[in-house]
Design a protein around this ligand. Structure first.
Ligand SMILES: [Zn+2]
Ligand SMILES: [Zn+2]
Length: 403
């Protein structure tokens, strides 16, 4: 992740982090106020979606916290957020508030935090060469979006619309297929959260891609996002073939001093959809198999050992006594954690293909090894798509960031 000390204040990357921090503090205050407000009935034990709300609120808070970049390690972020959730429950023990601390609520918070951080972990930068570069471009494009208040407004609007569209779908699904929910609110809430996630992700992806396209002509600095004009040709990386060492480091970012390379914003043909799908097939298949095997094993263990083992019986009784939304949350966590592993595997496999960028065209698969590019960026003879050649041996000079 970016070391804040090397980001000069006022650069887009620094402003983006500041905005994310403000958003996190607002979200934290909102969560604390709603959980600690004296005798507020929403989210109390009687609500059928209490545990789901707890998990969703702390999940969003945890995901946002990772991007504040206050803590570098995701594991420390996990511990910190678990502590914040515990503090929230402990504060509810203050008698004047008329609330009560609940271990189950804290458990729901932790499940939400774990799901969010599993996806943050799956979204970490992967690959070494071209895929690392693509990740850096997306990361700085994201920062350039986070700087704009309108981007936040659009995200909030789409989140609300996504919830409004997903909630009725969840209720319909409940009444058509599941018919188990004691109240439609549980699946309504889940549908709303899924609708929100789909809407935010779609808008986000579209925004980042559009920003990357714009940046290709603007050449912002990959480290800080500042777009100072190129005073001299960007570092061309000529010299030894496949070398990433600047032959003449003539152009540096005027704000943060990071060298600017010819490859930074050289056009790269996007990876073919079929290649992307091909890379994802195995992880998707394995995740599905893992989910089925896990469920069958779990049901088998419970049904066969229930009457023979006191321990299993006690666990099963405890599970059956849980409120319906807590059990639903358990199912969601299982699916989400396996899904996050699958997503991480998909991203690693796609990155491995993107890293072959200089050897075979990402757009058409054409063998590029005989193609001499002008610098270390070039154009495919077959489809006209761009490519870059990056030595993977030399580690990038840019700090690692979360996209
Ligand atoms: Zn810079
Ligand atoms: Zn091509």
């Amino acid at each position: 992740m970016t070391d804040l000390r090397v980001l000069p204040p006022g650069t887009p990357a620094a402003l983006a982090i500041r905005n994310i921090r403000i958003a996190w503090i607002i979200a934290l205050v909102f969560v604390l106020v709603t959980t600690l407000w004296p005798r507020l009935s929403i989210g109390s034990g009687e609500s059928p979606i209490d545990k789901l709300i707890h998990a969703a609120a702390f999940g969003v808070l945890a995901a946002l916290f990772v991007y504040t970049r206050w803590l570098r390690s995701l594991w420390w972020s996990l511990l910190f957020m678990i502590a914040v959730a515990a503090l929230d429950e402990v504060l509810q023990m203050i008698p004047q508030l008329g609330r009560s601390a609940d271990l189950d609520d804290w458990g729901a918070d932790v499940v939400g935090i774990a799901i969010a951080l599993a996806f943050c972990m799956a979204a970490r930068p992967v690959g070494a060469g071209a895929s690392r570069l693509v990740g850096q471009r997306r990361s700085i494009a994201a920062d350039l979006l986070f700087v704009q208040p309108t981007a936040w407004l659009h995200l909030a609007t789409v989140a609300a619309l996504g919830f409004a569209a997903g909630a009725p779908l969840g209720v319909l699904l409940d009444s058509w297929f599941i018919r188990k929910g004691p109240q439609p609110w549980q699946y309504g809430f889940i549908g709303g959260m899924l609708g929100m996630a789909v809407g935010v992700h779609a808008l986000w992806e579209a925004g980042v891609r559009a920003r990357v396209r714009r940046a290709i002509s603007e050449h912002p600095c990959l480290a800080c996002g500042a777009s100072s004009p190129l005073t001299a040709p960007a570092v061309a990386d000529v010299g030894t073939e496949f070398s990433n060492t600047p032959a003449s480091a003539t152009n540096h970012c005027t704000r943060c001093g990071t060298p600017r390379r010819a490859t930074d914003w050289a056009p790269i043909a996007p990876l073919q959809a079929s290649a992307e799908l091909g890379a994802c097939l195995l992880p998707i298949l394995l995740s599905t198999v893992a989910l089925v095997v896990l469920s069958v094993t779990f049901i088998t263990i419970v049904t066969t050992l229930r009457l023979r083992s006191d321990f299993v019986l006690r666990i099963d009784t405890w599970y059956q006594m849980l409120p319906a939304d807590a059990r639903i949350l358990g199912d969601i966590a299982t699916v989400a954690l396996i899904g996050a592993c699958g997503l991480a595997a998909c991203r690693r496999r796609i990155a491995a293909r993107v890293d072959q960028c200089g050897a075979s065209c990402l757009g058409c698969g054409f063998d590029l090894r005989a193609t001499t590019p002008t610098a270390i960026a070039g154009t495919c003879h077959e489809c006209g798509g761009g490519f870059v050649r990056i030595a993977t041996a030399t580690p990038s000079t840019l700090p690692e960031r979360n996209a």
